[in-house]
Design a protein around this ligand. Sequence first.
Ligand SMILES: *Cc1c(COP(=O)(O)O)cnc(C)c1O
Length: 367
Amino acid sequence: MTSRNYLLLTPGPLTTSRSVKEAMLFDSCTWDDDYNLGVVEKIRQQLTALATRAEGYTSVLLQGSGSYAVEAVLGSAIGADNKVLIVSNGAYGARMAEMADLMGIAHRVYDCGEVARPEVQTLEAILKEDTAISHIAMVHCETTTGILNPIAEVGVLARQYAKTYIVDAMSSFGGIPLDVAELNIDFLISSANKCIQGVPGFAFVIARTAKLEACAGHSRSLSLDLYAQWRCMEDNHGKWRFTSPTHTVLAFAQALAELAEEGGVAARYRRYLQNQQALVSGMRELGFRTLLDDVFHSPIITAFYSPDDAQYRFKEFYSRLKEQGFVIYPGKVSQSDCFRIGNIGEVYERDIISLLNAIKHAMYWKK
Ligand SMILES: *Cc1c(COP(=O)(O)O)cnc(C)c1O
């Protein structure tokens, strides 16, 4: 265990600012007004405001990592007589299908492979043919590859065919401008340790209030009952049902303040985009190839093919980068040999330049 702090170029947990970490040096009382009214309620309002300017939306926070909230939404929003169409092009889409399976939720999967975008015409054909479908669930930025999925086009379909629309915007919310009302999203899921740049410990859902109210009594789980969690927060001014991740929540409040200081989501998006563009052009100069075509890329994370060299080992490359202060991510795609580099977190273009320099030094197979 080294005491040196390295830069996490991973999409959560990610590198946070010192002030975000320092915000945790305080022990809050889980039912005190200072905490619930003063911190939790403010966060809930700020999150709803970040998601849309329209009326009729609310937010709810839930203990656990992002997957807990995805599972809570699927398990609470989809009733016993409903059926969900899950759009999948990576590990997180596949995870939703696994959750639906385990919870006994009727579902159909449209899998378009890992390096392509789902086709809206195909989705429309499915909706026309399979009228039992009542919900559509899709990932916005599929972190497996960094691909950005067409949430607006699918939102139009959801409206046209009157389907409840669930979007896993885990790795994009706060880093890519969006408006849930414009996109017709009913449930948007994200977590504390991604683009808002907080520390791990809870996730959150922005929901159309009327749709959340309709979730009463659906949940397949006690702890992951999104409606009950929301009801408790609504009725008790920000009180969590079970022990709340108090330190994480304080860090998140600070992270939200820093997002505003930076200039909001639009400014953060520009920074991530600069990071990503500097990374891709520098990596190409070093001879690396991206997994995706440029038009598919998000500014969040980029997958690169592993070098085609018999001497190359990800582990060795990884350790040589870590020694120089950078932590990258292994690949998650099943079809190709890749590694990934995240662009989000307290990371600036100068860090990407230093990273590229470190990569040049870590390319031992070239020596
Ligand atoms: C990070 C992430 C999740 C949640 O993963 P956890 O490990 O449970 O935090 C879900 N979907 C996407 C797209 C993600 O990037």
